[in-house]
Design a protein around this ligand. Structure first.
Ligand SMILES: Cc1cc2nc3c(=O)[nH]c(=O)nc-3n(C[C@H](O)[C@H](O)[C@H](O)COP(=O)(O)OP(=O)(O)OC[C@H]3O[C@@H](n4cnc5c(N)ncnc54)[C@H](O)[C@@H]3O)c2cc1C
Length: 475
């Protein structure tokens, strides 16, 4: 007889594992299937985020930032270090240890919440049956009342620059490099390209980033993108915009990359080339043809605002469906699916999903850019405050950047908050909470912020919206 579950989740990345835990918290019987295998041959829960994405990248960003600071910034504080050297093997060991702890933690959370974690391949069949093929056994059919597809995404491969796992590599390989490449080429100046470029540049690589688009960080507010571009340039990241790669080939002396830009045909020689041009949804062998699941023209599973597929009782969440490919967006969708399955009312506020780049300076935003508000024809006002005028930022020696707030002229509602500067990824949480509660800039103005703190810059930017900034001249 086949095993029965109230909910079977396929995929244990941040969308799937969080959804599975939430469903179990509702008292439902839950199984969560995943087949992720790490380079050491071990299977692990946590998906891209924990194994090859958010967490390992932040571990390396932290190590490389400390190294960079020790070399360039400590002396300003009067700290004398002498020669500072980087032990890349030790850095990578720390990264692997963090990944191991966190992915092991999910197995523990599954146990604590009575989620049955199943290691192997899951496939949705017709009639809400799931075929589970364990990594070390025979396939088994599970009966599910509800199914959540959370199969995630994988790096996009370019036909003219195919991955070879050694010289032309994806983001996962780039996180596990055993040594610092002398010359590093990166295709794509998106979040992943910039974060990986920052890591290896801080460790001494000569980094060139080729970006096909003319606009730098097209999705960010223009003021923020401008500051970020200047800062990255100052750090030695050579970002070439409007540069379309036409061919890349590995050889004995490295990778030869051909690209076109406004000046015509160009070339780049590098030791490693990271291709970071985006990610595609993973749906390979995820569902049977007669299971009733539809894909859109880009390969994403078609869902409505509540992540319901066209098949009753079957949901899809995370990177395999429309919307930003972000771990926290996927997790919220997982929670929503579980709550809906349990009969509760639930929704995701897609208008207020924070985006963060963990570069230096960090970049974070929530809500609309000024360009978006303008194109909607809305009357708006803006206020900004530079970290240069923040006592805390000065104490930290991190004064590049600013906070910018955009509000409606009609009712003062906060429409967008954009930050480039120290700890932007943490500071944005206040803005997200404010926007979630439909706060006005006056609400932020009247909220007491600790002194001296970076959060005061958010407070001052809110004051600046009404030309009431206290610690910087109002424009
Ligand atoms: C280098 C890098 C850095 C990133 N940094 C950030 C960041 O700082 N912040 C952020 O929010 N996002 C970041 N992301 C994006 C983030 O990792 C993804 O948005 C997130 O992991 C998506 O979660 P998910 O659960 O939808 O999918 P995934 O994390 O991709 O997990 C899907 C899981 O499903 C499993 N699976 C798929 N099909 C099957 C099947 N048929 N049977 C069994 N198992 C299956 C896979 O093995 C995988 O474990 C980063 C990504 C990369 C690559």
């Amino acid at each position: 007889m086949s095993r029965r579950f109230d909910v079977v989740v396929i995929g244990a990345g941040p969308a799937g594992y969080v959804g599975a835990i939430r469903a179990a918290q509702h008292g439902l019987s839950v199984a969560c299937i995943d087949e992720w295998q790490n380079r050491d041959g071990k299977y692990a829960f946590g998906g891209t985020c924990l194994n090859a994405g958010c967490i390992p990248s932040k571990a390396l960003l932290e190590s490389s930032e400390l190294f960079h600071k020790a070399q360039h910034d400590f002396a300003k504080h009067g700290i004398q270090t002498g020669d500072v050297a980087m032990d890349v093997a030790a850095m990578q060991k720390r990264r692997a240890g963090i990944v191991r702890q966190l992915t092991g933690g999910i197995a523990g959370l599954f146990k604590a919440n009575k989620v049955e974690g199943l290691v192997g391949h899951g496939k949705l069949l017709a009639g809400k049956k799931v075929e589970f093929t364990p990594v070390d056994g025979e396939p088994e059919i599970l009966d599910a009342q509800h199914v959540v597809l959370a199969s995630g995404s994988a790096p996009i491969e370019l036909g003219m620059a195919p991955f070879d796992g050694d010289q032309i590599i994806d983001s996962w390989d780039a996180l596990e490099l055993p040594s610092v490449p002398g010359r590093l080429g990166i295709v794509g100046a998106g979040v992943i390209g910039l974060e990986l470029g920052s890591v290896w540049a801080r460790l001494g690589a000569e980094v060139t980033i080729l970006e096909a688009m003319e606009d730098f960080l097209f999705m960010a507010d223009r003021d923020v993108a401008k500051v970020a571009r200047q800062e990255f340039k100052r750090q030695g990241l050579d970002i070439k915009l409007g540069a379309k790669v036409t061919k890349a080939k590995g050889g004995k002396s490295g990778v030869s990359v051909a690209y076109e830009d406004a000046g015509g045909q160009q070339s780049l020689e590098c030791d490693k080339l990271i291709v970071a041009v985006g990610r595609r949804p993973v749906t390979d062998d995820l569902f049977a043809e007669d299971a009733g699941i539809q894909l859109d023209e880009r390969g994403f599973i078609v869902v409505d605002d509540e992540c319901r597929t066209g098949v009753s009782g079957v949901y899809a969440v995370g990177d395999c469906v429309r919307g930003p490919m972000l771990a926290h967006k996927g997790s919220e969708e997982g929670v929503m699916a579980a709550d809906l399955i349990a009969g509760e009312i639930a929704e995701v506020n897609y208008d207020v999903i924070p985006s963060v780049l963990y570069t230096n300076p960090e970049i974070a935003w929530a809500g609309k850019t000024e360009e978006q508000v303008k194109s909607e024809g809305r009357a708006y006002k803006t206020g900004s405050f530079p970290f240069m005028a923040s006592g805390r930022a000065k104490a930290m020696e991190q004064t590049a950047g600013m906070v910018k707030i955009i509000s409606s002229s009609e009712d003062d509602e906060i429409l967008g908050v954009h930050i480039v500067g120290p700890m932007a990824g943490e500071l944005i949480a206040e803005a997200v909470l404010a926007m979630e509660f439909s706060a006005s800039t006056e609400d932020l103005q009247r909220t007491i912020h600790a002194h001296p703190s970076l959060a005061e810059a958010v407070h001052e930017a809110a004051l600046a919206v009404d030309k009431r900034a206290l610690n910087f001249p109002n424009k």
